[in-house]
Write a protein that binds this ligand. Structure first.
Ligand code: KG4
Ligand code: ZN
Length: 347
């Protein structure tokens, strides 16, 4: 496509996110967020997890209304859009296809550049979103980002906006999966992470202890924790069928404490190995109150500079896609109409 880069009052990026079960659109003008809209898909709740076919169908229904809402909330007419940024992966292929196809069609109709965005890079760049009336205190480069979501758990060395290196990652489940799968074992709704977080506030985090992995280097593992949690509960429920119900707050608090300790022990190691003491948190699990406060405490103790994202930027959103598009636009990193979504892609 021969896109025209129109001179505009501001560099206005429309971001579109559809990698999993949230259909989201946002507008960022000159790095300042003007709107951030999301349509959550409740259809998956009764299945205890995201059903890919249902997700694609819901994205199809939601995408036009969500984009329309984002533009109207931003007070931006279509012809003021400078470029369209969209998530090209990683994620569910059918879901990604909806956002990709919409972005391609809209970019072609408006004759503006198309920018593909890596979903995980975008989670990290939330720290560079400016909001009117709010302090802007972004991390300085290089920094380490603990990226914890439903599908990924990584420690990323961020050298510049678009220069990132994964220095540690999970070899099996992600931290979000550890929360969600353990919550499911306890009979909590999907996704269970926020429910564990809420219950944990009332519980005793030292009441139960669960096994922690011994993995070399900066990699993580969470599948052993889930298994030990499952067998512990099976044994206790065999003795007392009311065990989970009566102990759910203590179980949640103890589980959360274990996940947080696993995450922070590798982060401490990464700080020692890299010498980088500027630390950011990102991804859906960064909404977790236990993780946020443990990281702040650790930072205070060790004189790290800590950057905690706003709650609205933790789980999947399109503001993160738009801000990544903003930096890619400045680097002139555009895609053409042959771009295709990919379920798996490295940072
Ligand atoms: O980043 P995200 O929205 O989607 C992915 O890219 O995966 O992350 C979703 C994950 C889910 O596993 C969800 O349970 C978890 O983030 N999550 C939380 C909390 N809020 C969301 N986990 C623990 N505590 C929370 N408060
Ligand atoms: Zn995500």
């Amino acid at each position: 496509m021969n896109a025209i880069i129109k001179p505009k009052m501001g560099l206005c990026i429309l971001g579109i996110e559809s990698s999993c079960d949230d259909t989201a659109a946002a507008v960022i003008s000159d790095g300042v967020l003007l709107s951030n809209c999301v349509a959550n898909q409740e259809v998956h709740e009764k299945f205890g997890g995201v059903v890919p076919e249902l997700a694609s169908r819901a994205h199809l229904q939601n995408i036009i209304p969500v984009v329309d809402l984002a533009l109207s909330k931003a007070g931006i007419a279509k012809d003021k859009i400078s470029a369209i940024a969209f998530t090209s992966g990683p994620g569910l292929l059918g879901s990604l296809l909806v956002g990709t196809s919409f972005a391609k069609g809209f970019a072609q109709a408006l004759s503006v550049p198309l920018i593909e965005v890596h979903h995980l890079q975008a989670h990290i760049l939330v720290h560079f979103i400016k909001s009117a009336g709010k302090d802007y205190n972004p991390p300085s480069f290089p920094f380490l980002c603990l990226l914890v979501s439903g599908g990924h758990t990584q420690i990323v060395l961020v050298k510049d906006y678009l220069k990132m290196e994964v220095i540690g990652k999970t070899i099996d489940d992600a931290a979000g999966e550890a929360f969600d799968k353990s919550a499911k074992i306890m009979g909590l709704p999907y996704p269970g992470g926020p429910f564990i977080d809420k219950l944990a506030k009332e519980g005793d985090k030292d009441r139960f202890s669960f096994s922690k992995p011994r993995i070399a280097g900066l990699n993580f593992s969470f599948s052993g924790l889930k298994t030990s949690f499952l067998y512990f509960l099976k044994d206790e429920m065999a003795k007392d069928p009311g065990f989970i119900e009566r102990n759910k707050a203590d179980l949640a608090a103890s589980l959360q404490k274990t996940i947080v300790e696993i995450l922070l022990s590798k982060l401490k190691k990464a700080v020692i190995e890299t010498g980088v003491q500027e630390i950011a948190l990102a991804g859906g699990v960064s909404a977790n109150l236990g993780l946020r406060s443990a990281l702040l405490d650790e930072g205070m103790k060790r004189h790290w500079r800590i950057h905690i994202p706003e709650f609205s930027y933790t789980t999947d959103n399109a503001a993160m896609i738009a801000i990544t598009g903003y930096y890619k636009f400045q680097n002139r990193e555009f895609s053409d109409m042959s771009v295709v979504p990919r379920a798996r892609m490295e940072i």
